[in-house]
Design a protein around this ligand. Sequence first.
Ligand SMILES: [Ca+2]
Length: 240
Amino acid sequence: MKETFNLTYLGLFPLGRSPSEKGMGIKMKKNVIAVLLMTVAMVCMTACGGSGAETGNDVESETAEAETESGTEYVFEAEYTVLEGLEGLGVSGSPTGIGLAKENAKASNGFYVGELGAKSPITFVITSDVDTTAVLKAVLGSNTLGNCTWNPESFVVTVNGEAVQYKEFTTDNGTDANNQENFKTKNLGEISLKAGENEIVFSAGDNTYRSNMASAPSIDCLKITTDAVLSMEEVVENIE
Ligand SMILES: [Ca+2]
């Protein structure tokens, strides 16, 4: 029996028992092995379930991603972008400036920016050491009274002024209609970055998702994968 051999080999069972001990030993081994196998199966199921959920969080176009993705994944937090001067779109009252940065334990770095409207585009200024291509992903929640669909018209993403023609995706509210924190990673595809500063802007587009006004999904962070060296000047005071 393979398992018996392996477990013995691993030193879990002593070798060299007397013949009389062997009968009991084998019976015990069977019981122990059964328990061990069940444990292994449970651990495996848990692990598989965990990674499955993770994959579910992740994106639609895994195949395309695998073909183009190489290099280092950089994470840039939305709560560290310049928020001063922005006007949000709240359910009751509209937050402005650093009021757009909200705390949530499930968000990367513990914060995200939400209640985004037409007057609160979020701008990431990313510096690259060379001209390069990169895979752009955004970790987004919802920001509307209901689940909705986003495409390059309803939610505009630009890189150095050029619109990213990403594949349409949906965001879903979490526990209730006001929940903006059901964060999922969305693959927005390949982008080009130039040496020096680049502006990646996320803004509410042509939609009437919130009380007939344009809104955008809440933004937790960006994940940019590239061979280049990237950095962002971070406004850490936003959340201090
Ligand atoms: Ca964040």
